[in-house]
Structure formats: structure tokens, C-alpha cells
Design a protein around this ligand. Structure first.
Ligand SMILES: Cc1ncc(COP(=O)(O)O)c(C=O)c1O
Length: 426
């Protein structure tokens, strides 16, 4: 790609080359999908032994028959597994159904209606606000939007949310009642909160409204791609040490460890939050799927078992991340038409084009048979103020499809940038 200072004629010449490359790609009538962060079939094949691993023995370690109703808080061995995953004592954990997102939705809904502690409903203070680090997870934002919780964006920094901004907002906006956090390999930037950021998050409760809660969604805590994962601090221990244990509510699941949508979800919280929540949960269900909980607990045994399994995932996922990052670098590196994150784990890479290009890049890719997550999806109300961000999700497609999808993507990204540059010079 010609540099920013290249002559309009050389820019036009390069744009024509890219258009003919796109014509060739379009003629292949591709139907490729890089939209959602789903595990590939090969990743799911790693866990086929889960099926049938109980061998007819349904007895839990406390003697409970997992096939029968009861135990809304989950079975002891599943709560222990969840506790290890989240870095908290098992007795602070609820092991629930198949989806942590469902637990987040319920927690937010019930905090609105009844209060996070069962006493101070968020909605009793009128419209309330939630801090949303951006780019972030579109489904978190959908929960807020549905519950009419106003979203206040806060930029991510590469080391987690901008904590100066977070602290200033909490000090000045008395309506803030929540903050979303995906602390490790955040969706979609792939960054991990550094220790200083986690320490400051653990302190927020000291200055916030008493009903303020950090919704700590640690969905990717064990999704490392290599043997040198970034260190992550324990927010629960840090908060507890300052008497802020009620501020942090943690979530995790085995969705992207075992079966996507067929795993076990966990919530951890202080007694103040957990007991009222459990009370409501018990009104909603006579108990979770304990058979699924038991087979996960027997299959993995403990965190070591989970980590050993995740090394097999890494062997499948790492080459796909490398492919995407190599292709971005070889085709767009040094061309002033975008930057991207280089995550050490998780499910996503964030691409940042020139301001004003993301929607057009996504549209042009779709036109050439490659579906990407909607531009703007990683921002509250679908609005990326700079129209720059695109989420890339490399895990699901087979490698040959990923290769082709990336060819389309880099061609579109460069072409859209050049066209924009030409228009600016007209
Ligand atoms: C940050 C984050 N949280 C939660 C989920 C969904 O988890 P679950 O399947 O447990 O509902 C995802 C899935 O993409 C995610 O990226």
C-alpha cells in the first residue's frame, strides 16, 4: 500500500490492483463466517469422553443422587471446581446451569428489582448507570439495554479499563451501580488487566454507592495460548482485604472448556449478595442439572485437570491466532491502515482501522462472502464513536477457510482505507 504521502496516482493504481483481487475472490462465491467466538468441532471433539464418564454411578461425594431434584447451590464437587476456576473458596460459589451469561442476566435483573443484597433495588433510585469498558462484550451491553440501565463507556488501555476515568466517574456520577469486567483475555481486545488495575478495581467499593457491584466475568481465565500467560491478580482476595467483598460478583463457566452451551456455570459472591440471590434462584428452579455437574467434576477432577485439557485447546487455537496475526502483519504491517491487538489467549483479536472505515470494511467483506461481527457491536448501543473497531474471531473456521477469509479481510481493509484517502484528497 502506498504511504500516506504517496501520489494520488499511485494510490489509485494500488486501489485498482486490490479491486481486481477482490473480483477474483468474489467470483469464488464464498460463504465464510468470522462472526462469533465459538470453539471449532476439533476443540469439541477433545471432550467426547465426557459423555458416559459417569458409567452409571450418579452418587455425589456427599451421598446426593445427582439424578434427583435439589441442591440449588450445586453439588460440592462442582462448587469446588468453580471455586478453583475463579480463585475463591468453594462455599462462596453457586454451581448452576449451562450458562454464565444467564447468571449475569439474572443477577442484573434481580439487582434492579430486589437489590444486589436483596434490600436496595437499583431501580428504586430511578434510572441507573453501568460502566462499560470499550470495546467490550456485546451481550453484556444487550443486558443493560434490555434492563434500561444506561451505559457509560470507559476506554480500555491495553492493561484493562482506564482506571483514572473509572474512579472519576464513580466520584461524580452518583447513579453508577455496576461495571462490567472481563479481566483476562478480554472480549474482544484480548488484553489482561494488570495488577495495578485489579487492585484499583478492588478498591472501588470504598468510594462507590453501597449497591455498586463489579460484574467480574472471568470467561477466559484458563484460555492461555502459550506457557507464559500474563499474571492475573485475585480481585476477590484484594477486595476482601479492604472490606469490599460485597462489591465483586464473579462469573465463569466451562462453556469454552468442555461444551459450548453444555457446560457448568458458576457465580461467586459474598454472603450478602449470594444468599438473597440463591433464595430467588430456588424460586425459579428446583435445582440445576446435577448430572452434568457431576460428570464435569469427575472428568476434570480439579484445576490441574482443566489446565491439562486447555493445553489441547491451545494446540488447536494457537495456529489460528498465528495465521491471523501473520496475515495482518504481512499484508497490512507498516501501511498506516490499521493496528491490531496481539492476545496471548482467549477467543478474539481486535482490529482498529482508520477512523470512519470499520462499517465499510465489514460491508465490503460481506459483499465478498465473509461475515464479520457488525462494526460497532463491541460498543454500547452499537455505536463506535470513531467507527474503527472490528472484532476478529479466529477459532471456529477450519484453517483453509480462515486463510481465505483473511485474504478477503486484508484486501477490503486496505481498499476501504485507500478509497477514503482518495476521497479526502479530492
Ligand atoms: C466474556 C464472555 N462471557 C460470557 C460468555 C458466555 O458464556 P456462557 O456460555 O457461560 O453463557 C462469553 C461467550 O462468548 C464471553 O465471551
Amino acid at each position: 500500500m502506498p504511504s500516506q504521502h504517496a501520489s494520488p496516482e499511485s494510490v489509485r493504481e494500488r486501489a485498482r490492483e486490490l479491486e481486481s483481487t477482490l473480483e477474483r475472490l468474489r467470483a469464488r462465491a464464498l460463504m465464510l463466517d468470522l462472526t462469533r467466538g465459538k470453539p471449532s468441532s476439533a476443540q469439541l471433539d477433545l471432550i467426547t469422553d465426557l459423555d458416559g464418564c459417569l458409567g452409571g454411578d450418579y452418587r455425589c461425594e456427599d451421598g446426593t443422587d445427582s439424578r434427583n431434584y435439589g441442591a440449588p447451590e450445586g453439588i460440592p464437587e462442582a462448587r469446588r471446581l468453580g471455586g478453583e476456576l475463579l480463585g475463591v473458596p468453594a462455599d462462596t460459589v453457586i454451581a448452576a446451569g449451562n450458562s454464565s451469561l444467564e447468571l449475569m442476566y439474572l443477577f442484573a435483573l434481580w439487582a434492579m428489582r430486589f437489590g444486589p443484597d436483596g434490600r436496595t433495588p437499583w431501580e428504586s433510585d430511578g434510572p441507573v448507570e453501568c460502566l462499560c469498558p470499550v470495546p467490550g462484550y456485546d451481550r453484556h451491553f444487550a443486558i443493560c439495554e434490555e434492563l434500561a440501565i444506561e451505559m457509560v463507556p470507559v476506554p480500555m488501555t491495553g492493561r484493562g479499563p482506564d482506571m483514572d476515568a473509572v474512579e472519576a466517574l464513580i466520584a461524580s456520577h452518583r447513579k453508577i451501580r455496576a461495571m462490567w469486567c472481563v479481566p483476562k483475555y478480554s472480549n474482544p481486545t484480548g488484553e489482561t488487566y494488570d495488577e495495578e488495575t485489579v487492585r484499583r478495581i478492588a478498591t472501588l467499593g470504598s468510594n462507590a454507592h453501597p449497591a455498586f457491584r463489579v460484574l467480574w466475568d472471568n470467561a477466559y481465565s484458563v484460555h492461555d495460548l502459550d506457557d507464559h500467560p500474563p499474571a492475573s491478580a485475585n480481585v476477590f482476595a484484594l477486595a476482601r482485604a479492604q472490606g469490599n467483598e460485597d462489591t465483586i460478583v464473579g462469573f465463569a463457566s466451562t462453556s469454552k472448556i468442555s461444551l459450548a452451551g453444555g457446560g457448568v456455570a458458576f457465580l461467586t459472591a459474598s454472603d450478602t449478595n449470594r444468599n438473597p440471590f440463591l433464595g430467588r434462584l430456588a424460586n425459579m428452579t428446583i435445582g440445576p442439572d446435577k448430572v452434568n455437574q457431576l460428570r464435569h467434576a469427575r472428568y476434570f477432577r480439579d484445576l490441574r485437570g482443566i489446565r491439562a485439557h486447555m493445553m489441547k485447546h491451545a494446540a488447536l487455537v494457537r495456529p489460528k491466532f498465528e495465521l491471523v496475526l501473520d496475515r495482518l502483519q504481512s499484508s497490512l504491517g507498516g501501511k498506516d491502515c490499521g493496528t491490531w491487538t496481539v492476545p496471548k489467549g482467549g477467543y478474539f483479536i481486535s482490529f482498529y482501522g482508520e477512523p470512519g472505515t470499520a462499517r465499510r470494511i465489514v460491508r465490503l467483506c460481506a459483499d465478498c462472502g465473509v461475515r464479520l461481527t457488525e462494526a460497532g457491536a463491541a460498543f454500547p448501543y452499537g455505536r463506535d464513536p470513531e467507527d474503527r473497531h472490528i472484532r476478529l474471531a479466529p477459532t471456529f473456521p477450519p484453517t483453509d477457510e480462515l486463510e481465505t477469509a483473511l485474504e478477503v479481510f486484508v484486501t477490503c481493509a486496505e481498499l476501504v482505507t485507500l478509497r477514503q484517502r482518495l476521497r479526502a484528497n479530492d
